[in-house]
Design a protein around this ligand. Structure first.
Ligand code: SAH
Length: 254
């Protein structure tokens, strides 16, 4: 059920961890690994990766490469950032179990990705802002940073449990009608358009941003934007820009 789900490792440092992550995926029935700029080129062919992958060499061999997180997520509709650090403005925060329950209900209709950061610094704010949800694996406050492949294992184990718990009799009958979620690429374009409109309104002042854009991102992340809603928001941004242009021309003509 999660065979199309992407597991994206961003700028991983150790090929051994990439191999161990491939093994974690395969043991839980997942296969789709995407590497964004691993620190070692061709990390998936490195002897440490092959050794740690053990019987999951096929997952490593099929690993896809992406030049950026945007590229890896372009057509993804539900992307989840795994992070051990608290952020003030972020998308909704789930435990692995909660995220797995939602993933189960979306899996058949939606492109999904789980995104993991690198060993030293984790995911950047910009990476996390690109995702629709966040997952924190509850861990000891004294030391809450799991090894990368172990974080992959915990998450995929929950996906496995959620899949096993699915009650096929209920899921069809009671499911809400499913509307298409917007892709990350559509959402990034919407934010760019909206930023222009807010600038034109003088509502957004780049000299005094007051975290307006991250707060808007958080607001929209909570809504789990649908394709049609993105069109609506862009229509509003377009109308604002047209109106402002008319107003500016009006002032210039006075
Ligand atoms: N020192 C880094 C941790 C990197 S661990 C930091 O402070 O962010 C490598 C990756 O494993 C992280 O980027 C994250 O994707 C995942 N990870 C590790 N521990 C986690 C936790 N408790 N909850 C969620 N993800 C975690």
């Amino acid at each position: 059920m999660f065979h199309r789900t992407r597991f994206v490792l961003v700028e991983s440092s150790h090929p051994g961890n990439i191999g161990a992550a491939a093994r974690a995926l395969k043991t839980m029935g997942c296969t789709r690994l995407i590497l964004v700029k691993p620190r070692t080129p061709r990390a998936h062919q490195h002897p440490d990766a092959l050794a740690m992958a053990s019987g999951a060499g096929d997952v490593l061999a099929r690993a896809e490469m992406a030049a950026s997180l945007d590229e890896a997520l372009a057509d993804v509709q539900w992307s989840v950032a795994l992070s051990a650090r608290a952020r003030r403005y972020g998308a909704p925060l789930f435990t692995p179990r909660q995220a797995a329950a939602r993933a189960r209900s979306l899996a058949s209709t939606v492109e999904m990705a789980f995104v993991f950061g690198n060993e030293r610094s984790g995911l950047s704010n910009a990476d996390i802002e690109r995702c629709r949800a966040r997952v924190y694996i509850p861990a000891s406050p004294a030391y809450n940073s799991l090894n990368l492949a172990q974080a992959v294992q915990v998450l995929t184990y929950e996906l496995r449990l959620a899949e096993a718990a699915r009650d096929s009799r209920l899921s069809g009958a009671l499911a809400e009608p499913i509307r298409a979620l917007a892709s990350n690429e559509e959402i990034e374009r919407m934010f760019a358009h909206f930023e222009q409109a807010l600038l034109a309104l003088d509502f957004f002042d780049p000299a005094q941003p007051k975290r307006l854009l991250p707060r808007l991102r958080r607001f929209f992340a909570r809504t789990q934007l649908e394709h049609e809603e993105v069109s609506l928001m862009r229509g509003i941004a377009k109308a604002i820009l047209q109106d402002r242009r008319i107003a500016r021309v009006g002032i210039a003509n006075q």
